[in-house]
Design a protein around this ligand. Structure first.
Ligand SMILES: [Mg+2]
Length: 363
């Protein structure tokens, strides 16, 4: 089986619930998504998706992914889908996010060709589904509490409260959320926005509260300097780019890592990093930086193959955005993301919803 044609689409995906507000004044209105289709000589077509969260979240931006797409597509022509990750690595040094949708599409091809849901190829499902969380963007305490109550009313059991600004304001927001939804599991995610001093102030003011701390400062060394003071579960996200970062996190005593499929370069490296983190006994979250149904299916399959004892949570991007790019994801009313039952990613892609093709190359 060989790849004989590659097509790409660009889908703009506005957020359904308004702007996404992170530390540092970062506000995003939606995802700018690259959707890739790999067409094989056997007639199997596999799909993948990648969207960075704007231009200031990761060292990634949509324009970069679209610029790299022509080069990566040309490199894949004639290649075996099973070798896609190696071919992508040889064609372009770095730029992992630009390769992610291509790697994902190759996995979709392999699953569809085998007639098996992707989780069968990635280690097998452990359990039924992965617990979902929703982020609560930074805002007034009242607005944050109202949003938290709304999400828990929709079935979400976990919330990720965005912090990373003024520590007193962040504390007020967190306390308002916890009063509104006392039964929810809470993560506080600064997205690397705090100085070590601000993080220490927040930690000292919230010792009476039960939450998991996520990526308080931008660098690994800053986060590590807080490990001893943070007498609570502590996970890294933005610091995790390579498998070696997972090893360093484990050795420094962090409790878990968050793996973004796009940040690390696709399902292939995400699975490797996940397996290493599990081998060290850490908790793992497999999620991504953006997308809709296609990307959510990838998160669902890979998350489901993390051992349940190590699995933290994931996201349902197809419910974050006001557009769709396919069908097949099971309902999430009970706060669990289940994997589609069809072969590969299990998504019936709605090509008409994707808009015009931005790339079409063939052998
Ligand atoms: Mg995070």
């Amino acid at each position: 089986m060989r790849i004989e044609r590659v097509t790409c689409h660009r889908q703009l995906q506005p957020f359904a619930d308004g702007p996404y507000v992170m530390s540092g004044g970062r506000v995003e209105q939606g995802f700018d998504s690259l959707v890739v289709a790999l067409h094989t000589d056997g007639g199997v077509v596999g799909w993948g998706e990648m969207s960075p969260l704007g231009t200031t979240y990761d060292p990634a931006f949509a324009g970069g992914a679209f610029a790299a797409a022509a080069l990566l597509a040309e490199a894949l022509l004639g290649a075996a889908p099973a070798a896609a990750h190696r071919v992508l690595a040889a064609a372009l040094k770095g730029h992992p996010y630009a390769k992610s949708a291509f790697d994902m599409a190759a996995w979709d091809v392999l699953g569809r060709a085998a007639g098996l849901p992707l989780h069968h190829l990635l280690g097998g499902a452990d359990g039924e589904g992965t617990v979902l969380y929703r982020p609560i963007g930074r805002g007034s305490p009242d607005a944050m509490a109202a949003r938290a109550a709304e999400y828990c009313g929709r079935g979400y059991r976990r919330l990720q409260v965005k912090v990373g600004g003024n520590p007193a304001a962040d504390e007020a927001g967190l306390r308002a959320v916890m009063r509104a939804v006392p039964d929810a599991t809470i993560y506080c995610d600064a997205n690397g926005g705090w100085s070590t001093g601000d993080a220490r102030t927040f930690l000292a003011a919230t010792t009476d509260l039960a939450y998991t701390l996520e990526q308080p400062c931008a660098t690994f060394d800053e986060c590590r300097s807080l490990r001893a003071q943070a007498q609570r579960p502590f996970v890294l996200d933005e610091c995790i780019e390579h498998v070696t970062d997972a090893v360093l996190a484990a050795q420094a005593g962090f409790d878990g890592i968050t793996i973004k499929i796009a940040r690390v370069g696709g399902i292939t490296p995400a699975r490797l990093i996940r397996d290493v983190a599990v081998a060290y006994g850490m908790s793992v979250t497999v999620e991504d930086t953006g997308g809709a149904d296609i990307d959510t299916a990838a998160m669902a399959h890979l998350s489901l193959t993390s051992p349940a004892a190590n699995r933290a949570h994931t996201v349902d991007f197809h419910h974050w955005v006001s557009v769709s790019n396919g069908t097949g994801l099971p309902p999430t009313d009970d706060g669990l993301l289940r994997a589609p039952s069809g072969a590969g990613l299990g998504i019936e892609v709605d090509v008409a919803a994707l808009g015009d093709r931005v790339l079409d190359v063939s052998r």
